[in-house]
Design a protein around this ligand. Structure first.
Ligand SMILES: Nc1nc2c(ncn2[C@@H]2O[C@H](COP(=O)(O)OP(=O)(O)OP(=O)(O)O)[C@@H](O)[C@H]2O)c(=O)[nH]1
Ligand SMILES: [Mg+2]
Length: 407
């Protein structure tokens, strides 16, 4: 276990506190609008010029951007100690990855995570009406569409989990290793639970249902900073980026901002890319047996959301189907020359995979003797299409690999 006090001393906690305090002060001023000199949009992910006629103070904005950058760096140091610092505070549970993909069940205590795991897999995880029934990660295997998907039932987390409350940091670290986060929510509880959980995951660098910002940063050995905007940026400017880069000691680098809507938070995410993980998330509201139809209708219409009742066995198959869609796995059926493919057994690859990935999945030396492949299915222009290693495959393609090697 990492000694937090030591860690705090090590990475000099004082600037962290100072930065946090100053940032909060600026944000409060901005929100209250009491001091017109300081009015600025400081809401989450939206530091930028005030478009609607408010007076703005550029210096404040530069300062805020700098503080955000400092905070992100210090927080990463605190949460993820560098090499040689022991096992670290962010170590997850000791469950090895297995199967074709991993789904983590994340949620507050007693929302029905273990009940759900017991419903969809053969694993029985203890279920009880009191909080913190599950104390460690319980893996189960879901067989679906010819794939084996590992489901991780995790202990419930509480507010402040990202700072280490409960076993929060361990739970979040386990979630970080998954391909899909299933955020299990209690339909009978307050609506804010979702935002609170999102904030906990966000705080440790998990970005849900988002793709990396369209900003290119490359460190160089010499030549100074070169900052280019592809279109006039709405929320950034050269000086702001220059200040942040200088703070990160990135004095020689090339920056290309391709997205005009990029914010300072996006820019920090790009600089801190080693500490960021972009994961898909499905919000699952359980216990819909105890809410009104009108509220249920409202919940079910939210984006990336599914509803279910484990108790009444309602909607569970839908949740599993949605998980499968969100994972975007591709099933490939292989065939030998003049023999029909076996549709009972599929090779599972990730979306965006090529014939090369299919070869690697079959055997690591397969592509060394690869000559060409014949493809039947959605990715083929004509049937069969003769393709090379770079051809992108689609779900349920049939592939025959022809090798140059003969026995
Ligand atoms: N009404 C209702 N109760 C449910 C439903 N699903 C689970 N429960 C109840 O919710 C309680 C908690 O269920 P668990 O599966 O232990 O919850 P958990 O999220 O694993 O809880 P922790 O392990 O403590 O984090 C149990 O008493 C279940 O019977 C549901 O769909 N409707
Ligand atoms: Mg449980």
């Amino acid at each position: 276990m990492v000694n937090i006090t030591e860690k705090i001393k090590e990475c000099d906690f004082l600037p962290f506190c100072d930065a946090l305090r100053t940032l909060t002060r600026f944000q409060d001023r901005g929100r209250n609008g009491s001091d017109s000199k300081w009015v600025t949009r400081t809401h989450h992910r939206s530091v930028g010029p005030v478009a609607d006629g408010f007076a703005e103070n550029k210096a404040t904005e530069y300062h805020l951007g700098l503080l955000k950058g400092k905070l992100a760096r210090l927080r990463a140091q605190l949460l993820e100690p560098g090499p040689g610092a022991g096992s670290g505070g962010g170590a997850g549970f000791d469950v090895s990855k297995s199967g074709d993909a991993r789904i983590a069940l994340v949620g507050f205590p007693s929302v029905g995570k273990s009940t759900f795991l017991s419903k969809i897999t053969k694993t029985k995880s203890e279920v009880a009406a009191y909080s913190f029934t599950t104390l460690t990660a319980i893996p189960g295997v879901l067989e679906y569409g010819g794939a084996e998907i590992q489901i991780l039932d995790l202990p419930g987390i509480i507010e402040g989990a990202s700072e280490g409350k409960g076993r929060g940091r361990q739970v979040i670290s386990a979630a970080k290793t998954s391909d899909l986060i299933l955020m299990v929510l209690d339909a009978t509880k307050r609506a804010e639970q979702r935002a609170l959980l999102e904030a906990e995951l966000e705080a440790v660098g998990i970005r849900l249902n988002r793709s990396p910002p369209n900003i290119y940063v490359k460190a160089k050995k010499a030549g100074g900073m070169k900052i280019t905007f592809q279109a006039p940026p709405k929320y950034l400017d050269e000086k702001m980026l220059y200040n942040i880069l200088r703070d990160y000691k990135m004095l020689n680098c090339e920056v290309l901002v391709r997205d005009e809507n990029a914010t300072v938070d996006d820019f920090i995410d790009v600089i801190m890319k080693d500490h960021r993980k972009y994961i898909r998330c499905l919000y699952v509201y359980n216990k819909i047996d105890s809410v009104t139809m009108a509220y249920l209708d409202e919940l079910a219409r939210e984006p990336h959301t599914v509803v279910m009742s484990c108790e009444l066995d309602l909607g569970i198959a839908d949740v599993v189907e949605r998980c499968w869609q969100e994972l975007r796995l591709i099933r490939i059926y292989t065939k030998r020359q003049s023999i029909d493919p076996d549709f009972g057994e599929a090779l599972i690859v990730r979306s965006g995979s090529t014939i090369e990935d299919v070869c690697d999945q079959i055997h690591r030396t397969m592509k060394d003797t690869f000559k060409y492949a014949l493809v039947w299915g959605a990715s083929a222009k004509h049937i069969p299409q003769r393709v090379g290693l770079g051809h992108f495959v689609a779900d349920e393609d049939v592939v025959q690999i022809v090798s140059a090697w003969r026995a």
